[in-house]
Ligand binder design. Structure first.
Ligand code: ADP
Ligand code: ADP
Ligand code: ZN
Length: 213
């Protein structure tokens, strides 16, 4: 099962991706997580990506296409994958189609998580991320069992620099301009399913489960 999670920043893609990963045993592929690791390790990719990420802009297509293509070839993607945060532009979506074509694969479901803007701001401002595995928590809506410690891997939680309100506003604009057109792209391919992302985490997970089974 090859899945794409679409939706604005803060809509809950990462949260749902981790839940699907746990239940279906297919890996989450988060370009945001991969890029943050690269920045942390000051790799060539990280050095190129950092300024874009800090300002809330998109990292150039050729860079994210390259790392995603590489990741999709890994053995653990054989039976499926969950793309979280990729594609984000029509150019990326077209490149993905080409890559999958070459591998004799296709996208089965593009799940579009719909959330209102004021909910997004509330979610982003309380978000905490695990340094180890990238899992997403919220100080009110989804707190970890132990303060500042990841339930999944025991890693330390931190607040992302780009979750400041002014950067969030910029990211939302980037989403509207560059990523929202993908909703039509996948609707035309008859794989789009829209989901009410305003509900509770477990309820959304239930809706997704129904779609996937
Ligand atoms: P994305 O990967 O789309 O940017 P995340 O999964 O990181 O989004 O979620 C953004 C924030 O909102 C996190 O703090 C997360 O804990 C919280 N969150 C996710 N889903 C919900 C939900 N259904 N209701 C309330 N808060 C949520
Ligand atoms: P969010 O959880 O808010 O949706 P991500 O963690 O997915 O954010 O992405 C963080 C940042 O990494 C983005 O603002 C962007 O700079 C960069 N990024 C992640 N995925 C992509 C992508 N597919 N194309 C371009 N830039 C990306
Ligand atoms: Zn963790």
């Amino acid at each position: 099962m090859n899945i794409i999670l679409l939706g604005p920043p803060g809509s809950g893609k990462g949260t749902q991706a981790k839940l699907i990963e746990e239940r279906c045993g297919i890996p989450q592929i988060s370009t945001g997580d991969m890029l943050r690791k690269a920045v942390e390790n000051k790799t060539e990719l990280g050095i190129k990506a950092k300024n874009y990420m800090d300002s809330g802009a998109l990292v150039p297509d050729e860079l994210v296409i390259m790392i995603t293509e590489e990741r999709l070839k890994a053995e653990d993607c054989r039976d499926g994958f969950i793309l979280d945060g990729f594609p984000r532009t029509v150019t990326q979506a077209e490149a993905l189609d080409e890559v999958l074509n070459k591998m004799n694969k296709k996208i089965d479901n593009a799940l579009n998580i719909e959330v209102k803007e004021d909910d997004i701001i509330r979610r982003m401002s309380g978000r905490r991320i695990c340094k180890g595995c990238g899992a997403s928590y919220h100080i009110i809506f989804n707190p970890p069992n132990e303060e500042n410690i990841c339930d999944l891997c025991g890693g330390e939680l931190y607040q992302r620099d780009d979750d400041k309100e002014e950067t969030v506003r910029n990211r939302l604009k980037v989403y509207k301009d560059q990523t929202e057109p993908l909703i039509n792209y996948y609707r035309e391919k008859s794989v789009l399913r829209s989901i009410d992302g305003g509900r509770k985490i477990e309820e959304i997970n239930q809706l997704i489960e129904e779609i996937l089974t």
